[in-house]
Ligand binder design. Structure first.
Ligand code: G3I
Length: 355
């Protein structure tokens, strides 16, 4: 047998053995590997729940589902009083059928919210008009899904990204009209609609020390005023270099001072030095795929080591998007545990087979 054939056969044998080895791991999927630590979740779109392979991956690996877009303010109430539930219902019904619970995302956000919320007779809506519209929206969606949604991202990204800003709040239209009251009232309304739901404040760049401190100070103010807030959502839009374990752990130690529940809500790890949930991002990749697998696996392994150390306060870790094909960052950013063909990447096994 010539050397080329022998080499090829050896490589095939190694690959087959590796596959069998992975398959023989004692865990079926990610949720099994983290039983006793925290739920494993994923943000889904309509294709994920309709496709047989993708929906099988959802059921095999996750026990918490987030609607990536379909439960947001604008898709569910595009104009005043005109509710559209069909897309959100399909995801909720998929979860009900498969015995899965949901993270509700999201009730109030400066993005993907109907502009009608801010319009009034004389141009801009009054604070009273905005709060009344928010209250009706929140009661409508929270009561509709309270059987399947166990927690809500009540307010998303209300803290500024500008470390030099005197005012800690994002200068959104929501804030311009109602000040920080829109944040507090959103939590009050959500608690009215479902007193059993855990209510989260959710943000990105949450490991940045200045932003982290501002989030903690806001939550402490809210709790001092008796506002029903239960947790902080760390979105987790990271990259292969950031954050390092120390920075991530410092943020978690800060958040656990002020809340009893932390969720990692939108975890993905992109292949460059950008981070966060802003909609402007590049698709430049700084490494070739071979080294990228090693870099991605190393960073996912690092962050999950930290998450497991804080499993007493971290209840759920949710990936943002099922695969690179679904990723809001684009496939080039190589950000998720599954590739564009829905095959597990080495990073998947690094996350699952940690023991
Ligand atoms: O639904 C319309 C469709 O009718 C239209 O044909 C199409 C083309 O314009 O756009 C569709 O809307 C898009 C929507 O996703 C649904 O696919 C919006 O343009 C697009 O901007 C929107 O992007 C979403 C983004 O939030 C919006 O800000 C991403 O998919 C979603 O992953 C992303 O998720 C956010 C979290 O909710 C909050 N944290 C940050 C994270 C990333 O930005």
């Amino acid at each position: 047998m010539n050397s080329t054939i022998r080499t090829t056969l050896c490589a095939a044998l190694v690959a087959a053995t590796a596959t069998v080895a992975h398959a023989q791991q004692p865990f079926d999927g990610l949720k099994d590997a983290y039983e006793g630590f925290f739920k494993m979740g994923v943000a889904v779109n309509q294709r994920n729940i309709a496709d047989s392979l993708q929906s099988a991956l959802l059921v095999q690996n996750y026990n918490s589902i987030t609607a990536e877009n379909d439960m947001k303010p604008e898709p569910t109430e595009p104009s005043e009083g005109n509710f559209r539930w069909d897309a959100a219902d399909r995801i909720a019904n998929f979860c009900r059928k498969n015995g899965l619970r949901m993270r509700g995302h999201c009730l109030v956000w400066h993005n993907q919210i109907g502009r009608w919320m801010f319009e009034g007779e004389n141009g801009q809506a009054t604070k009273e008009e905005l709060l009344q519209r928010m209250r009706r929206h929140i009661h409508a969606i929270v009561s509709r899904y309270r059987d399947v949604v166990y927690c809500w991202d009540v307010v998303n990204e209300a803290i500024t990204d500008d470390p030099r800003a005197d005012n800690p709040y994002r200068p959104s239209t929501l804030y311009q009209i109602a000040g920080e009251e829109f944040i507090e009232k959103a939590f009050v309304y959500a608690h009215e609609a479902d007193p059993d739901a855990l209510l989260f404040y959710n943000d990105y760049n949450e490991t940045d020390p200045v932003k982290c401190e501002r989030i903690c100070q806001m939550v402490e103010r809210m709790k001092a005023r008796g506002i029903p807030i239960h947790g902080i959502g760390m979105q987790g839009h990271y990259n292969i270099h950031y954050p390092d374990s120390a920075l991530l752990e410092a943020a978690i130690n800060n958040y656990r001072r002020v809340v009893d529940h932390i969720h990692v809500t939108e975890l993905d790890i992109r292949a460059n030095r950008e981070k966060g949930g802003q909609l402007q991002f590049s698709r430049t990749v700084e490494a070739d795929v071979d080294s990228l697998d090693a870099l991605l696996t190393a960073q996912y392994t690092r962050v999950f080591d930290v998450f497991r150390r804080h499993a007493d306060v971290i209840d759920c870790v949710t990936f943002w998007n099922l695969s690179d094909r679904d990723s809001w960052l684009g496939a080039d950013n190589y950000a998720t545990p599954f590739d564009t063909q829905y095959q597990p990447k080495p990073a998947y096994y690094g996350i699952r087979d940690w023991r």
